[in-house]
Design a binder for this molecule. Structure first.
Ligand SMILES: Cc1cc2nc3c(=O)[nH]c(=O)nc-3n(C[C@H](O)[C@H](O)[C@H](O)COP(=O)(O)OP(=O)(O)OC[C@H]3O[C@@H](n4cnc5c(N)ncnc54)[C@H](O)[C@@H]3O)c2cc1C
Length: 444
Protein backbone atom coordinates (compact mmCIF):
# COMPACT_ATOMS: atom_id res chain seq x y z
CA UNK A 1 0.00 0.00 0.00
CA UNK A 2 1.21 3.47 -0.94
CA UNK A 3 0.90 5.14 2.45
CA UNK A 4 2.90 8.34 2.19
CA UNK A 5 1.03 11.47 1.11
CA UNK A 6 2.53 14.93 0.65
CA UNK A 7 -0.05 17.66 1.04
CA UNK A 8 0.83 21.04 -0.45
CA UNK A 9 -1.11 23.80 1.33
CA UNK A 10 -2.57 23.71 4.85
CA UNK A 11 -5.76 25.66 4.10
CA UNK A 12 -9.31 24.41 4.50
CA UNK A 13 -8.90 21.48 2.10
CA UNK A 14 -5.34 20.54 3.04
CA UNK A 15 -6.09 20.57 6.78
CA UNK A 16 -9.20 18.40 6.47
CA UNK A 17 -7.40 15.98 4.13
CA UNK A 18 -4.38 15.76 6.46
CA UNK A 19 -6.61 14.92 9.41
CA UNK A 20 -8.58 12.25 7.56
CA UNK A 21 -5.46 10.61 6.12
CA UNK A 22 -3.63 10.67 9.46
CA UNK A 23 -6.68 9.13 11.10
CA UNK A 24 -6.57 6.35 8.51
CA UNK A 25 -2.93 5.62 9.40
CA UNK A 26 -1.15 7.36 6.52
CA UNK A 27 2.23 9.05 6.84
CA UNK A 28 1.30 12.64 6.07
CA UNK A 29 3.73 15.41 5.12
CA UNK A 30 2.14 18.85 5.14
CA UNK A 31 3.97 21.60 3.23
CA UNK A 32 2.76 25.14 3.87
CA UNK A 33 4.47 28.26 2.55
CA UNK A 34 3.11 30.65 5.19
CA UNK A 35 4.59 32.48 7.10
CA UNK A 36 7.78 32.29 5.01
CA UNK A 37 5.77 33.36 1.97
CA UNK A 38 2.34 34.90 2.45
CA UNK A 39 -0.56 35.12 0.01
CA UNK A 40 -2.31 38.44 -0.75
CA UNK A 41 -5.09 37.61 1.72
CA UNK A 42 -3.76 35.40 4.55
CA UNK A 43 -2.49 37.18 7.65
CA UNK A 44 -1.32 34.37 9.94
CA UNK A 45 0.72 31.17 9.89
CA UNK A 46 -2.24 29.11 11.08
CA UNK A 47 -3.81 26.20 9.24
CA UNK A 48 -7.29 26.71 7.77
CA UNK A 49 -7.23 30.49 8.04
CA UNK A 50 -10.51 32.12 6.97
CA UNK A 51 -9.44 34.99 4.74
CA UNK A 52 -12.71 36.90 4.49
CA UNK A 53 -16.09 36.26 6.09
CA UNK A 54 -16.26 34.13 9.23
CA UNK A 55 -19.21 32.07 8.01
CA UNK A 56 -19.31 28.42 7.00
CA UNK A 57 -22.80 28.92 5.59
CA UNK A 58 -26.21 27.63 6.63
CA UNK A 59 -26.91 25.06 9.33
CA UNK A 60 -30.44 24.53 8.00
CA UNK A 61 -30.72 20.77 7.29
CA UNK A 62 -32.95 21.57 4.29
CA UNK A 63 -30.22 23.55 2.53
CA UNK A 64 -27.34 22.24 0.47
CA UNK A 65 -24.65 23.54 2.89
CA UNK A 66 -26.64 22.07 5.81
CA UNK A 67 -26.81 18.72 4.04
CA UNK A 68 -23.09 18.82 3.33
CA UNK A 69 -22.40 19.50 7.00
CA UNK A 70 -24.50 16.51 8.09
CA UNK A 71 -22.50 14.25 5.77
CA UNK A 72 -19.13 15.67 6.79
CA UNK A 73 -20.04 15.24 10.46
CA UNK A 74 -20.75 11.59 9.82
CA UNK A 75 -17.20 11.08 8.56
CA UNK A 76 -15.84 13.10 11.50
CA UNK A 77 -14.77 16.43 10.00
CA UNK A 78 -12.05 18.31 11.86
CA UNK A 79 -13.07 21.62 10.29
CA UNK A 80 -16.67 21.29 11.44
CA UNK A 81 -15.70 20.11 14.90
CA UNK A 82 -13.50 23.19 15.33
CA UNK A 83 -16.26 25.40 13.90
CA UNK A 84 -18.80 24.05 16.37
CA UNK A 85 -16.37 24.51 19.25
CA UNK A 86 -15.66 28.12 18.35
CA UNK A 87 -18.96 29.26 16.88
CA UNK A 88 -20.26 32.80 17.41
CA UNK A 89 -23.89 33.91 17.01
CA UNK A 90 -24.79 34.01 13.31
CA UNK A 91 -28.48 33.20 13.05
CA UNK A 92 -28.96 30.29 10.64
CA UNK A 93 -25.30 30.44 9.61
CA UNK A 94 -22.41 28.56 11.23
CA UNK A 95 -20.16 31.52 12.04
CA UNK A 96 -16.94 31.24 13.99
CA UNK A 97 -14.32 33.15 15.92
CA UNK A 98 -11.75 32.93 13.13
CA UNK A 99 -8.65 33.04 15.32
CA UNK A 100 -9.77 30.35 17.76
CA UNK A 101 -11.10 28.23 14.90
CA UNK A 102 -7.84 28.05 12.97
CA UNK A 103 -5.73 27.83 16.16
CA UNK A 104 -7.77 24.76 17.16
CA UNK A 105 -7.18 23.08 13.79
CA UNK A 106 -3.47 23.91 13.86
CA UNK A 107 -3.03 22.48 17.35
CA UNK A 108 -4.98 19.31 16.54
CA UNK A 109 -2.95 18.59 13.41
CA UNK A 110 0.37 19.39 15.05
CA UNK A 111 -0.40 16.97 17.87
CA UNK A 112 -0.90 14.00 15.54
CA UNK A 113 2.20 11.79 15.48
CA UNK A 114 1.93 10.74 11.85
CA UNK A 115 1.79 14.29 10.46
CA UNK A 116 5.03 16.17 9.75
CA UNK A 117 4.98 19.90 8.96
CA UNK A 118 7.36 21.71 6.60
CA UNK A 119 7.50 25.44 5.95
CA UNK A 120 8.20 26.82 2.49
CA UNK A 121 6.83 27.19 -1.00
CA UNK A 122 6.60 24.01 -3.09
CA UNK A 123 6.77 24.43 -6.83
CA UNK A 124 6.09 20.90 -8.09
CA UNK A 125 4.75 17.56 -6.81
CA UNK A 126 6.96 15.10 -4.93
CA UNK A 127 8.60 12.11 -6.57
CA UNK A 128 7.92 9.77 -3.64
CA UNK A 129 4.44 8.68 -2.52
CA UNK A 130 1.32 10.54 -3.57
CA UNK A 131 0.94 14.33 -3.71
CA UNK A 132 -2.21 16.28 -2.92
CA UNK A 133 -2.18 19.85 -4.23
CA UNK A 134 -4.47 21.99 -2.06
CA UNK A 135 -2.92 25.39 -2.68
CA UNK A 136 -6.22 27.19 -3.04
CA UNK A 137 -7.37 30.27 -4.93
CA UNK A 138 -4.13 32.09 -4.15
CA UNK A 139 -1.81 29.32 -5.34
CA UNK A 140 1.73 30.66 -5.62
CA UNK A 141 2.81 31.66 -9.09
CA UNK A 142 5.39 28.91 -9.49
CA UNK A 143 2.94 26.19 -8.43
CA UNK A 144 0.36 27.71 -10.79
CA UNK A 145 2.85 27.53 -13.61
CA UNK A 146 3.49 23.85 -12.92
CA UNK A 147 -0.28 23.25 -12.92
CA UNK A 148 -0.74 25.17 -16.15
CA UNK A 149 1.89 22.98 -17.80
CA UNK A 150 0.50 19.75 -16.36
CA UNK A 151 -3.09 20.50 -17.35
CA UNK A 152 -2.55 22.43 -20.53
CA UNK A 153 -4.80 25.16 -19.13
CA UNK A 154 -3.89 28.73 -19.98
CA UNK A 155 -6.51 30.77 -18.13
CA UNK A 156 -6.08 29.94 -14.48
CA UNK A 157 -7.03 33.35 -13.07
CA UNK A 158 -10.11 35.39 -12.26
CA UNK A 159 -11.10 37.83 -9.54
CA UNK A 160 -13.09 37.53 -6.31
CA UNK A 161 -13.54 40.41 -3.86
CA UNK A 162 -13.61 40.69 -0.03
CA UNK A 163 -15.91 42.65 2.33
CA UNK A 164 -14.90 45.39 4.82
CA UNK A 165 -15.00 45.04 8.63
CA UNK A 166 -16.03 47.86 11.00
CA UNK A 167 -15.42 48.42 14.69
CA UNK A 168 -18.62 47.69 16.67
CA UNK A 169 -18.46 50.81 18.79
CA UNK A 170 -18.43 53.03 15.71
CA UNK A 171 -21.83 51.78 14.49
CA UNK A 172 -24.66 54.21 15.29
CA UNK A 173 -27.13 52.27 17.46
CA UNK A 174 -29.77 54.98 16.95
CA UNK A 175 -29.73 54.44 13.18
CA UNK A 176 -29.62 50.61 13.23
CA UNK A 177 -31.47 47.71 14.80
CA UNK A 178 -30.71 44.16 15.89
CA UNK A 179 -32.65 41.39 14.14
CA UNK A 180 -32.26 38.18 12.16
CA UNK A 181 -34.10 37.97 8.86
CA UNK A 182 -37.64 36.66 9.48
CA UNK A 183 -36.66 36.43 13.17
CA UNK A 184 -35.04 33.05 12.44
CA UNK A 185 -32.02 31.48 14.14
CA UNK A 186 -32.46 32.26 17.87
CA UNK A 187 -30.45 35.14 19.36
CA UNK A 188 -30.53 38.29 17.16
CA UNK A 189 -27.13 38.29 15.53
CA UNK A 190 -27.28 40.93 12.83
CA UNK A 191 -27.06 44.69 13.10
CA UNK A 192 -29.28 46.08 10.35
CA UNK A 193 -28.55 49.46 8.81
CA UNK A 194 -31.71 50.74 7.10
CA UNK A 195 -31.81 53.24 4.25
CA UNK A 196 -34.62 55.46 2.96
CA UNK A 197 -35.25 55.66 -0.78
CA UNK A 198 -33.40 58.97 -1.29
CA UNK A 199 -30.42 57.76 0.76
CA UNK A 200 -30.31 54.56 -1.28
CA UNK A 201 -30.45 56.44 -4.60
CA UNK A 202 -27.60 58.75 -3.57
CA UNK A 203 -25.60 55.71 -2.44
CA UNK A 204 -26.08 54.00 -5.81
CA UNK A 205 -24.93 57.15 -7.65
CA UNK A 206 -21.81 57.27 -5.51
CA UNK A 207 -21.08 53.57 -6.00
CA UNK A 208 -21.37 53.84 -9.77
CA UNK A 209 -19.16 56.93 -9.92
CA UNK A 210 -16.64 55.73 -7.29
CA UNK A 211 -13.05 55.12 -8.32
CA UNK A 212 -12.21 51.43 -8.70
CA UNK A 213 -8.94 49.53 -8.75
CA UNK A 214 -8.04 48.84 -12.39
CA UNK A 215 -7.75 45.15 -13.33
CA UNK A 216 -4.30 43.96 -14.38
CA UNK A 217 -4.15 43.81 -18.15
CA UNK A 218 -2.76 40.27 -18.37
CA UNK A 219 -5.63 38.78 -16.40
CA UNK A 220 -9.17 38.19 -17.54
CA UNK A 221 -11.84 39.60 -15.26
CA UNK A 222 -14.53 37.08 -14.58
CA UNK A 223 -16.69 37.45 -11.50
CA UNK A 224 -18.16 34.36 -9.95
CA UNK A 225 -21.86 35.22 -9.57
CA UNK A 226 -21.98 34.40 -5.85
CA UNK A 227 -19.11 36.78 -5.05
CA UNK A 228 -19.71 39.83 -7.26
CA UNK A 229 -18.47 43.22 -6.04
CA UNK A 230 -21.38 45.46 -5.03
CA UNK A 231 -20.51 48.09 -7.62
CA UNK A 232 -20.67 45.40 -10.33
CA UNK A 233 -24.12 44.36 -9.04
CA UNK A 234 -25.23 48.03 -8.91
CA UNK A 235 -24.11 48.45 -12.50
CA UNK A 236 -26.64 45.83 -13.62
CA UNK A 237 -29.62 47.99 -12.47
CA UNK A 238 -30.49 50.61 -9.84
CA UNK A 239 -32.60 48.13 -7.86
CA UNK A 240 -30.25 45.15 -8.16
CA UNK A 241 -28.71 45.72 -4.73
CA UNK A 242 -32.16 46.00 -3.14
CA UNK A 243 -32.86 42.53 -4.46
CA UNK A 244 -29.38 41.29 -3.56
CA UNK A 245 -27.09 42.05 -0.60
CA UNK A 246 -29.23 45.05 0.49
CA UNK A 247 -32.58 43.28 0.41
CA UNK A 248 -34.92 44.38 3.22
CA UNK A 249 -37.26 41.35 3.17
CA UNK A 250 -37.96 39.70 6.52
CA UNK A 251 -36.85 42.84 8.42
CA UNK A 252 -38.94 45.49 10.17
CA UNK A 253 -37.38 48.65 11.54
CA UNK A 254 -38.72 48.93 15.12
CA UNK A 255 -38.50 52.72 14.94
CA UNK A 256 -40.87 53.05 11.98
CA UNK A 257 -42.70 49.72 12.26
CA UNK A 258 -42.05 49.34 8.52
CA UNK A 259 -39.84 47.38 6.18
CA UNK A 260 -36.96 49.71 5.16
CA UNK A 261 -36.33 50.58 1.50
CA UNK A 262 -32.93 48.86 1.68
CA UNK A 263 -30.79 47.31 4.45
CA UNK A 264 -27.10 46.62 4.95
CA UNK A 265 -26.65 43.69 7.34
CA UNK A 266 -23.66 43.57 9.66
CA UNK A 267 -22.59 40.22 11.09
CA UNK A 268 -20.40 39.74 14.20
CA UNK A 269 -16.79 38.82 13.55
CA UNK A 270 -16.14 37.36 17.00
CA UNK A 271 -17.96 36.10 20.09
CA UNK A 272 -17.30 39.30 21.95
CA UNK A 273 -18.88 41.25 19.07
CA UNK A 274 -16.23 43.90 18.88
CA UNK A 275 -16.20 43.93 15.09
CA UNK A 276 -18.76 43.43 12.33
CA UNK A 277 -18.48 42.72 8.63
CA UNK A 278 -20.68 44.23 5.94
CA UNK A 279 -22.44 41.13 4.63
CA UNK A 280 -22.13 40.73 0.86
CA UNK A 281 -20.20 44.00 0.48
CA UNK A 282 -17.27 42.69 -1.52
CA UNK A 283 -15.82 45.54 -3.52
CA UNK A 284 -12.98 46.70 -5.68
CA UNK A 285 -13.49 50.38 -4.92
CA UNK A 286 -10.28 52.12 -3.88
CA UNK A 287 -9.82 52.22 -0.08
CA UNK A 288 -10.43 55.99 0.26
CA UNK A 289 -13.55 55.68 -1.86
CA UNK A 290 -14.86 52.81 0.27
CA UNK A 291 -14.56 54.86 3.46
CA UNK A 292 -16.24 57.86 1.81
CA UNK A 293 -19.08 55.95 0.15
CA UNK A 294 -19.86 53.45 2.93
CA UNK A 295 -20.14 56.34 5.39
CA UNK A 296 -23.18 57.45 3.37
CA UNK A 297 -24.98 54.55 5.09
CA UNK A 298 -26.61 56.47 7.99
CA UNK A 299 -25.63 53.96 10.71
CA UNK A 300 -22.03 53.94 9.43
CA UNK A 301 -21.61 57.71 9.24
CA UNK A 302 -18.81 57.57 11.82
CA UNK A 303 -17.67 54.01 11.12
CA UNK A 304 -14.12 52.98 11.83
CA UNK A 305 -13.01 50.47 9.20
CA UNK A 306 -10.78 47.76 10.65
CA UNK A 307 -10.33 46.14 7.26
CA UNK A 308 -11.27 47.41 3.85
CA UNK A 309 -12.68 45.32 1.04
CA UNK A 310 -10.30 44.31 -1.71
CA UNK A 311 -9.98 42.36 -4.92
CA UNK A 312 -8.10 39.13 -5.29
CA UNK A 313 -7.55 36.42 -7.80
CA UNK A 314 -8.74 32.85 -7.85
CA UNK A 315 -6.88 29.96 -9.40
CA UNK A 316 -8.69 26.83 -10.47
CA UNK A 317 -8.50 24.11 -13.10
CA UNK A 318 -11.21 22.84 -15.39
CA UNK A 319 -12.08 19.82 -13.23
CA UNK A 320 -14.12 17.80 -15.72
CA UNK A 321 -11.36 18.15 -18.31
CA UNK A 322 -8.26 17.47 -16.24
CA UNK A 323 -9.34 15.32 -13.27
CA UNK A 324 -9.91 11.58 -12.95
CA UNK A 325 -12.80 10.24 -10.90
CA UNK A 326 -10.49 9.96 -7.88
CA UNK A 327 -9.46 13.67 -8.19
CA UNK A 328 -6.01 12.78 -9.54
CA UNK A 329 -4.69 14.58 -12.61
CA UNK A 330 -5.21 12.72 -15.87
CA UNK A 331 -1.71 13.80 -16.88
CA UNK A 332 -0.11 12.82 -13.53
CA UNK A 333 -2.14 10.12 -11.76
CA UNK A 334 -0.01 10.26 -8.58
CA UNK A 335 -0.97 13.91 -8.12
CA UNK A 336 -4.36 14.69 -6.61
CA UNK A 337 -6.15 18.03 -6.27
CA UNK A 338 -8.47 19.29 -3.52
CA UNK A 339 -10.21 22.49 -2.48
CA UNK A 340 -10.86 25.62 -4.44
CA UNK A 341 -8.23 24.71 -7.02
CA UNK A 342 -10.62 22.00 -8.31
CA UNK A 343 -13.39 24.55 -8.94
CA UNK A 344 -15.39 24.24 -5.73
CA UNK A 345 -16.14 27.62 -4.15
CA UNK A 346 -16.24 28.38 -0.43
CA UNK A 347 -14.65 27.42 2.87
CA UNK A 348 -17.13 24.64 3.56
CA UNK A 349 -16.93 23.19 0.07
CA UNK A 350 -13.13 23.34 0.09
CA UNK A 351 -12.99 21.45 3.40
CA UNK A 352 -15.52 18.94 2.01
CA UNK A 353 -13.36 18.50 -1.07
CA UNK A 354 -10.31 17.87 1.13
CA UNK A 355 -12.27 15.17 2.94
CA UNK A 356 -13.37 13.68 -0.37
CA UNK A 357 -9.82 13.62 -1.73
CA UNK A 358 -8.62 11.86 1.45
CA UNK A 359 -11.28 9.16 1.03
CA UNK A 360 -10.46 8.66 -2.66
CA UNK A 361 -6.71 8.58 -1.94
CA UNK A 362 -7.38 5.81 0.60
CA UNK A 363 -9.28 3.84 -2.03
CA UNK A 364 -6.45 4.27 -4.54
CA UNK A 365 -3.73 3.44 -2.02
CA UNK A 366 -5.52 0.24 -1.07
CA UNK A 367 -5.98 -0.80 -4.66
CA UNK A 368 -9.75 -0.65 -4.31
CA UNK A 369 -12.19 0.32 -7.01
CA UNK A 370 -12.89 4.07 -6.84
CA UNK A 371 -16.29 4.61 -5.25
CA UNK A 372 -17.15 8.25 -4.58
CA UNK A 373 -20.33 9.04 -2.66
CA UNK A 374 -23.35 8.78 -5.00
CA UNK A 375 -24.63 11.98 -6.67
CA UNK A 376 -27.82 11.86 -4.61
CA UNK A 377 -25.77 13.05 -1.63
CA UNK A 378 -24.37 16.56 -1.10
CA UNK A 379 -20.73 15.41 -1.23
CA UNK A 380 -21.46 13.18 -4.22
CA UNK A 381 -23.15 16.02 -6.08
CA UNK A 382 -20.05 18.18 -5.61
CA UNK A 383 -17.88 15.29 -6.80
CA UNK A 384 -20.01 14.87 -9.88
CA UNK A 385 -19.77 18.59 -10.61
CA UNK A 386 -15.99 18.79 -10.42
CA UNK A 387 -15.33 15.57 -12.34
CA UNK A 388 -18.11 15.32 -14.90
CA UNK A 389 -20.03 18.55 -15.47
CA UNK A 390 -19.93 20.51 -18.74
CA UNK A 391 -16.24 21.37 -19.25
CA UNK A 392 -17.03 24.17 -21.72
CA UNK A 393 -18.98 26.19 -19.17
CA UNK A 394 -17.08 25.16 -16.06
CA UNK A 395 -17.15 27.79 -13.30
CA UNK A 396 -16.50 27.62 -9.54
CA UNK A 397 -19.49 26.19 -7.76
CA UNK A 398 -20.71 26.14 -4.17
CA UNK A 399 -23.04 23.60 -2.56
CA UNK A 400 -26.55 24.33 -3.80
CA UNK A 401 -29.64 22.55 -5.00
CA UNK A 402 -28.79 23.05 -8.65
CA UNK A 403 -26.15 20.33 -8.25
CA UNK A 404 -28.84 17.73 -7.59
CA UNK A 405 -30.90 15.95 -10.25
CA UNK A 406 -34.40 15.29 -8.95
CA UNK A 407 -34.36 12.05 -10.94
CA UNK A 408 -31.59 10.74 -8.66
CA UNK A 409 -34.12 10.77 -5.80
CA UNK A 410 -37.29 8.77 -5.28
CA UNK A 411 -40.63 10.47 -5.87
CA UNK A 412 -39.15 13.98 -5.88
CA UNK A 413 -39.76 15.01 -9.50
CA UNK A 414 -43.49 15.42 -8.87
CA UNK A 415 -43.06 17.65 -5.80
CA UNK A 416 -43.03 21.46 -5.64
CA UNK A 417 -39.83 23.32 -4.71
CA UNK A 418 -40.00 23.23 -0.89
CA UNK A 419 -41.39 19.71 -0.75
CA UNK A 420 -38.77 18.50 -3.21
CA UNK A 421 -35.96 20.07 -1.21
CA UNK A 422 -37.18 18.56 2.00
CA UNK A 423 -37.49 15.12 0.42
CA UNK A 424 -34.05 15.37 -1.19
CA UNK A 425 -32.42 16.38 2.07
CA UNK A 426 -34.04 13.48 3.91
CA UNK A 427 -33.04 10.95 1.26
CA UNK A 428 -29.52 12.32 0.81
CA UNK A 429 -28.49 11.65 4.39
CA UNK A 430 -29.86 8.10 4.19
CA UNK A 431 -27.98 7.56 0.91
CA UNK A 432 -24.80 8.95 2.43
CA UNK A 433 -25.09 6.79 5.53
CA UNK A 434 -25.51 3.72 3.35
CA UNK A 435 -22.51 4.64 1.19
CA UNK A 436 -20.33 5.47 4.21
CA UNK A 437 -21.27 2.22 5.93
CA UNK A 438 -20.31 0.12 2.91
CA UNK A 439 -17.17 2.23 2.48
CA UNK A 440 -16.14 1.60 6.09
CA UNK A 441 -16.77 -2.12 5.69
CA UNK A 442 -14.63 -2.57 2.58
CA UNK A 443 -11.68 -4.90 3.32
CA UNK A 444 -8.31 -3.12 3.57
C1 LIG B 1 -9.67 36.89 -0.63
C2 LIG B 1 -10.61 35.74 -0.61
C3 LIG B 1 -11.78 35.85 0.08
C4 LIG B 1 -12.65 34.74 0.16
N1 LIG B 1 -13.77 34.85 0.91
C5 LIG B 1 -14.54 33.77 1.12
C6 LIG B 1 -15.65 33.85 2.00
O1 LIG B 1 -15.95 34.89 2.54
N2 LIG B 1 -16.39 32.74 2.21
C7 LIG B 1 -16.09 31.57 1.62
O2 LIG B 1 -16.79 30.58 1.87
N3 LIG B 1 -15.05 31.46 0.76
C8 LIG B 1 -14.26 32.53 0.49
N4 LIG B 1 -13.20 32.47 -0.36
C9 LIG B 1 -13.01 31.29 -1.19
C10 LIG B 1 -12.38 30.03 -0.62
O3 LIG B 1 -13.36 29.24 -0.14
C11 LIG B 1 -11.34 30.15 0.42
O4 LIG B 1 -10.26 30.80 -0.16
C12 LIG B 1 -10.86 28.79 0.98
O5 LIG B 1 -9.93 29.08 1.95
C13 LIG B 1 -10.32 27.83 -0.05
O6 LIG B 1 -9.80 26.69 0.59
P1 LIG B 1 -8.52 25.95 0.03
O7 LIG B 1 -8.12 24.95 1.02
O8 LIG B 1 -8.78 25.51 -1.35
O9 LIG B 1 -7.41 27.10 -0.07
P2 LIG B 1 -6.74 27.94 1.13
O10 LIG B 1 -7.56 27.87 2.34
O11 LIG B 1 -6.40 29.26 0.56
O12 LIG B 1 -5.41 27.14 1.42
C14 LIG B 1 -4.36 27.06 0.50
C15 LIG B 1 -3.05 27.07 1.24
O13 LIG B 1 -1.99 26.76 0.35
C16 LIG B 1 -0.88 27.59 0.64
N5 LIG B 1 -0.07 27.64 -0.58
C17 LIG B 1 -0.35 28.23 -1.75
N6 LIG B 1 0.61 27.96 -2.67
C18 LIG B 1 1.53 27.19 -2.04
C19 LIG B 1 2.75 26.57 -2.45
N7 LIG B 1 3.22 26.68 -3.69
N8 LIG B 1 3.46 25.85 -1.55
C20 LIG B 1 2.99 25.71 -0.27
N9 LIG B 1 1.84 26.26 0.18
C21 LIG B 1 1.10 26.98 -0.72
C22 LIG B 1 -1.51 28.90 1.08
O14 LIG B 1 -0.63 29.64 1.88
C23 LIG B 1 -2.72 28.42 1.85
O15 LIG B 1 -2.47 28.25 3.21
C24 LIG B 1 -12.32 33.53 -0.50
C25 LIG B 1 -11.16 33.47 -1.23
C26 LIG B 1 -10.30 34.53 -1.29
C27 LIG B 1 -9.04 34.41 -2.05
Amino acid sequence: MQNRVHIIGAGLAGSEAAFQLAKAGFEVHVHEMRPEKMTEAHQTANCAELVCSNSLKSKDPVSAPGMLKAEMNQVGSLVLKAADQHSVPGGQALTVDREKFSAEITQTLRALPNIKFYNGEITEPFADGLTLIATGPLTSTAMGEWLAKATGEKDLYFYDAIAPIVDATSIDAERSFLANRYGKGGEDAYINCPMEKDEYEAFIDALLAGEKVAPKNFEKEIFFQGCQPIEAIAATGRDSLRFGPMKPVGLTDPKTGKRPWAVIQLRPENRSKTAYNLVGFQTKLKYGEQARIFKMIPALKNAEFLRMGSIHRNTYVCGPKVLNKDLSLKSNPNVFLAGQITGVEGYLESAACGMLAAILIQQRARGQAIQPPPPNTALGSLHRYITSSDAKHYQPQNANFSLFETSDFEGVSALRRDGAREAMSKQAIVNFTQWFKSESQRPL
